[in-house]
Design a protein around this ligand. Structure first.
Ligand SMILES: [Zn+2]
Ligand SMILES: [Zn+2]
Length: 300
């Protein structure tokens, strides 16, 4: 199985702390390197994580609040200086083209990077042969935005151990068996469908800035990894008023969505002092959860 990996380049929120940079999460899968949000200083976080930023070719922006995008000018400059020669695709919610021009345009203008900014609506945003990226509208104090999910499609695989038992089978025959077809091997008819198994869909959901709403549960359904903002601990009313979520609301979403693992980030600086209490309560509510730190990475 080709594992996918997410690396947290920033786990703080609007105000960074000594330990936490602004939000940015990198996803690597099968040659794809995709950045989700790009808080200020993300380019330096790449250096610390020892990941070459020139590997990226897509950036998904959840919304245009400063803590999620102010790293773009610096990152673009670094890419340019490092000879980045692909087309960089930036995806965002409706209004992103204008926002990009206003907030990043002056820096991007003098650079030699080929850029394309596109605007997406809720639903499927990008579908490739083996994965799909979808979006859902956020509910973030009137700010337009999208939360994203990345799903590796279900697929059938050839059971190598079973194949080996048939002897030395090579070339086009292997391809036919992998398609589940019947082929003749050394005079014997072999049914390919008995040699394949289904690898189920794997999915990571990115719930960045939003207040709690019921649609999140459906969106994050059966996520292998559910990444969720936790600006507050348990002050639900305050979080709703400010268009954010609490760690305990995230626990609720993870339970209802039947997520396998909950990864909390985007903590308010005020939570630093009570992190142990937050961790205890979160783990009690949802055992397989992690309060993520900068540079933590997870496979799925
Ligand atoms: Zn934020
Ligand atoms: Zn925000």
């Amino acid at each position: 199985m080709d594992k996918a990996k997410v690396t947290f380049l920033g786990t703080g929120s609007a105000i960074p702390t000594a330990k936490r940079n602004h939000p940015a999460v990198l996803l690597e899968y099968n040659g794809e390197t995709i950045l989700f949000d790009c808080g200020e200083g993300t380019q330096r976080q790449f250096r610390v994580a020892k990941i070459n930023p020139c590997k990226i070719d897509k950036i998904f922006i959840s919304h245009w609040h400063g803590d999620h995008i102010l790293g773009l000018p610096g990152l673009l400059q670094t890419l340019d200086m490092n000879g980045f020669n692909k087309e960089l695709k930036i995806y965002g919610p409706k209004g992103s083209k204008r926002k990009f021009q206003e907030m990043v345009g002056p820096y991007a203008k003098g650079l030699g990077i080929k850029l394309e900014v596109s605007e997406s609506a809720e639903g499927v945003i990008l579908e490739e042969k083996d994965f799909v990226i979808s979006g859902v509208d956020i509910d973030h104090g009137g700010c337009r935005g999208l939360n994203y999910s990345f799903a590796i499609k279900e697929r059938s695989r050839l059971d190598v151990a079973k194949l080996k038992k048939l002897g030395d089978v090579r070339g086009p025959l292997v391809g036919e068996l992998a398609k589940g077809k019947k082929v003749k091997i050394q005079g014997k008819l072999v049914d390919g469908s008995k040699l394949i198994y289904v690898e189920p869909e794997r999915k990571v959901s990115f719930i960045f800035d939003t207040q709690y709403n019921k649609r999140l549960e459906k969106f994050a359904k059966v996520s292998d990894l559910l990444i969720c903002e936790a600006t507050y601990f348990e002050e639900g009313d305050l979080a709703n008023e400010r268009g954010h979520m609490t760690a305990m609301q995230a626990v609720d979403v993870a339970k209802k969505a039947k997520a396998k693992k909950l990864l909390l980030f985007h903590f308010s600086q005020r939570l630093e002092a009570v992190m142990r209490d937050v961790e205890k309560a979160v783990k009690k509510g949802f055992k397989n959860s992690v309060l993520v730190r900068d540079f933590d990475s997870f496979e799925f």
